[in-house]
Write a new protein. Structure first.
Length: 391
């Protein structure tokens, strides 16, 4: 018998008494999409889909950019060819779009990283799509003022804030005013220490020193106050009831403004002690109660959207090695979950998308959700824009 035959016989004899190995069952595949149906997918044949996305009752607007020379506004209308408008003469880095019937107001960055805006004619026959331009400014955007859409331009020069309110139809100036603060964010003439801003930097919120009461021959306690830069007047005053609550609330509002670099008092963030989520609307907090354990999510993935209908949408990504998964010794599927909460703060999970190796930015389109798939290693824009209908 050959040497090879001896080795094979020996191996067979050794294995004869070995119990059969039970095969490990394959893990059941997880569904890529739960609670929703994909309605449309938009991609860019060259470049990427930028962050500026808008919608109205029937249309969706997005921008295709390449970061160097290309910036195109695409308007998707059901039953009509996709319209394309060149934004490169205005900006190569669009930030926001507001759809206004046959026109759109676009804000972007210029070559000096200042904000510029323009009213864009979306009609195919328009020979000059840019109707007018405004800016540059430190911050620029569309706000609602006295029931009308207006353009708010905010310029910061040192410690001086300049605000300009313009007509969105014509771009002409309606009002302008300056507001001087010292290094401590205090206007000494008003005795107002500014904590945060809203409405396109047209409103400043802070603490105003108490006024002298001659009848009582004493200075009254400080109050919360709102200064309107358009009118140049203190528009609201509120006495401080709970000093601890007021300080904690102002700290959250100041932190949110600093982190986002925006003048918004509508946002979602973790509670001050990280015990839960809180929706902030008009500067007031509503605790949120998810119908899923918060501990399974990556807190850094939190996104929030405060809607005009009173609802709040929350986006969170599951941490596959969260504490519960570690205890089970089995990683969780890496989903991106979307929740909707009403005024009572109870947040119900509406949909989830498998997010292994993906990052998303989301937005709400009335009865639909859009997700922009982020490019890996790049925090601007994404590779695909997907629209979903909630089941």
């Amino acid at each position: 018998m050959s040497r090879v035959g001896v080795i094979l016989l020996a191996s067979s004899a050794a294995l004869a008494g070995t119990p059969p190995v039970t095969p490990v069952p394959a893990r059941a595949p997880v569904p890529p999409l739960v609670g929703a149906t994909e309605a449309r997918t938009l991609t860019a044949s060259a470049g990427y889909i930028d962050d500026a996305i808008a919608f109205d009752a029937t249309r969706l607007a997005y921008v295709v950019s390449d970061g160097q020379a290309k910036s195109e506004l695409h308007l998707v209308t059901p039953g009509a060819p996709e319209a394309i408008v060149d934004l490169a003469p205005l900006t190569l880095h669009p930030l926001t779009i507001d759809l206004l019937g046959t026109k759109a107001f676009v804000v972007g960055l210029d070559e000096h990283a200042e904000q510029v805006g323009a009213l864009i004619d979306l009609t195919p026959a328009a020979k000059k799509p840019i109707v007018y331009r405004v800016g540059p400014a430190t911050n620029l955007g569309v706000i609602k003022r006295d029931g009308q859409r207006r353009i708010a331009q905010h310029r910061l020069e040192g410690t001086r804030h300049e605000i300009e309110l313009d007509s969105i139809e014509t771009g002409k100036r309606i009002a302008s005013r300056g507001f001087e603060l010292d290094q401590t964010e205090t206007n000494k003439a008003l005795d107002l220490h500014v904590n945060h801003w809203s409405d396109g930097w047209t409103k400043a919120y802070g603490l105003k020193g108490g006024e002298w009461d001659p009848k009582q021959n004493m200075r009254m306690p400080a109050v919360e106050a709102t200064y309107d830069l358009v009118t140049g007047k203190i528009s609201e005053k509120h006495p401080i009831g709970d000093l601890f609550e007021q300080r904690k609330r102002f700290q959250v509002l100041a932190d949110a403004a600093r982190e986002t670099k925006t003048a918004s008092i509508d946002f979602v963030r973790l509670a001050w002690d990280n015990s839960g989520l809180v929706a902030w609307r008009a500067g007031k907090a509503t605790p949120l109660e998810l119908d899923q354990p918060l501990g399974q999510y990556d807190a850094k993935s939190l996104q929030g959207s405060i809607e005009a209908d009173g609802s709040t949408w929350i986006g969170l990504r599951i941490d596959p090695v969260n504490p519960d998964a570690v205890a089970r010794q089995k990683a969780d599927p890496e989903y991106f979950d979307l929740f909707q909460a009403g005024p009572d703060g109870k947040a119900v999970r509406k949909m989830r998308v498998l997010a292994s190796g993906l990052r998303f930015r989301f937005g709400v389109m009335r009865d639909k959700i859009w997700l922009l798939e982020r490019s890996n290693g790049f925090d601007r824009g994404g590779t695909a824009l997907r629209v979903y209908t909630i089941n």
